[in-house]
Design a protein around this ligand. Structure first.
Ligand SMILES: Cc1cc2nc3c(=O)[nH]c(=O)nc-3n(C[C@H](O)[C@H](O)[C@H](O)COP(=O)(O)OP(=O)(O)OC[C@H]3O[C@@H](n4cnc5c(N)ncnc54)[C@H](O)[C@@H]3O)c2cc1C
Length: 386
């Protein structure tokens, strides 16, 4: 018998399980590690402060998430040999061509208005720079029209970070099973556990953190969890004579980016294929789009070799916000998914929020903003559909 079962072992499920065992909660994590797990493909850009959109609920959550990260990383890295793959490397937000200037100017207004209001980051950490200065920082860059530089932005290796959450949590008592959760076990509208490949596991709470696959579990409850897979194709390039470790991340305004890593590698991506279905394989058009955009913004990468292509299925929601918290009418069932293109940034904190909800700790955010109840299509539980 467990206190909590977490379904799904991507960054969100792993973080939820980690925070639960930290508070002494008996926790079981069940994960089948699908091909196309988003966490394994994620580019790893962490940069709320260069977010040029208008969604305050997203921005607030992202700021809380990034403020929390140093504490979490310190806890994880105190474990011997526990590397999180986190590195503040800086980020350039650029208008690479004329057609991006309007979007750049709009984003610039939001970014600097927030910086002024919050008095953070300091002007020496987030500021506009000249095209030549941008090129000095990132030699493969094209002659851009305009650029903003954030020194605080960071990269994070989703695989390493998630592995680090696992290692620490397992050492502290987390149990892990690599199976498929077939269905939930219910008594009336109360959760009693799950059935996974013929075995029953009992717990008084269950967290659905199944990424893009979470809908299947929701179907069993008669509840529509409003996420869908959005395929992302991303390419790892390498060059054995380039010292890529000091280059900043580059983001432009055609939804693509380049993320340099210390091992002579630059990751370029990514497609955002809403409606892709559960088909986690690269396509000719996806690779064409990704390389075309990479060489438009960073033509200096043209002699790099292709080391690897990764494909992940982002759990996408129509309002770009995650789905976090209880499911009305389903006692003991929580959901933590829908992080779309920002789950590496938000996910570690979302896991803490869900763990805090379950254990009754204070939460500094209005969770209604992220609740499944914001979607009109939530239907009541139908135990007969089990
Ligand atoms: C190409 C790409 C680039 C990205 N770049 C960034 C970025 O730069 N910054 C950023 O913040 N985010 C980025 N993301 C988004 C981020 O990777 C995701 O939002 C995040 O990883 C989602 O994590 P998750 O745990 O919800 O889902 P996943 O990582 O998909 O994990 C879900 C897990 O649940 C398991 N599961 C599902 N159903 C069941 C079941 N019934 N039984 C057992 N197990 C089950 C699956 O097998 C899987 O292991 C990117 C994503 C992609 C694809």
């Amino acid at each position: 018998m467990f206190d909590v079962i977490v379904i799904g072992g991507g960054i969100v499920g792993a973080s939820t399980a980690y925070h639960l065992v930290q508070s002494g909660t008996r926790t079981l994590l069940i994960d089948r590690h699908d091909t196309g797990r988003a966490t394994d493909a994620g580019a790893g850009i962490l940069s709320a402060e260069t977010y040029g959109g208008e969604s305050e609920p997203w921005f607030n959550l992202a700021i809380h998430a990034l403020d929390y990260l140093p504490d979490l990383i310190e806890d994880l890295e105190t474990d011997h040999d526990n590397q999180t793959g986190y590195d503040p490397c800086g980020l350039l937000l650029v208008a690479a061509s004329d057609d991006e200037i309007e979007s750049f100017d709009r984003a610039k207004q939001h970014i600097f208005r927030r910086q002024l209001q919050r008095k953070n980051p300091a002007p020496s950490e987030l500021y506009e720079i000249s095209p030549d200065e941008a090129c000095d920082l990132m030699p493969p860059l094209t002659q851009v029209q305009a650029a903003i530089y954030s020194k605080k932005a960071a990269r994070m290796d989703g695989r390493l970070f998630t592995a680090s959450l696992y290692h620490t949590a397992v050492r502290q008592g987390l149990q892990v099973v690599h199976e498929n959760v077939d269905r939930l076990l219910l008594s009336g509208d109360r959760i009693e556990g799950v059935n996974a490949q013929g075995s029953s596991y009992h717990a008084s709470n269950v967290v659905i953190a199944g990424g893009a696959w979470s809908t299947t579990i929701g179907d069993q409850l008669g509840v529509q969890i409003p996420v869908e897979p959005q395929r992302g194709q991303i390419i790892h390039l390498e060059h054995d004579q380039q010292d890529t470790g000091h280059w900043p991340i580059v983001e432009a305004f055609h939804d693509h980016y380049a993320v340099p890593w210390p091992d002579q590698r630059v990751v370029v991506g990514a497609t955002r294929e809403t409606g892709s279905g559960f088909d986690p394989y690269p396509t000719a058009s996806g690779i064409h789009e990704t390389l075309g955009e990479a060489l438009r913004v960073t033509p200096g990468l043209k002699s790099f070799r292709i080391r690897e292509i990764r494909v992940g299925l982002r759990p996408f929601t129509i309002d770009y916000l995650p789905v976090l918290g209880t499911i009305p009418g389903c006692e003991g069932v929580y959901v933590a998914t829908g992080h779309g293109a920002s789950g590496l940034q938000l996910g570690p904190y979302s896991g803490k929020l869900i763990a805090d909800q379950i254990t009754g700790n204070n939460i500094p955010l209005d969770m209604n903003l992220y609740s499944i109840a914001r979607f009109a299509a939530v239907r009541p539980l139908h135990p007969s559909s089990m």
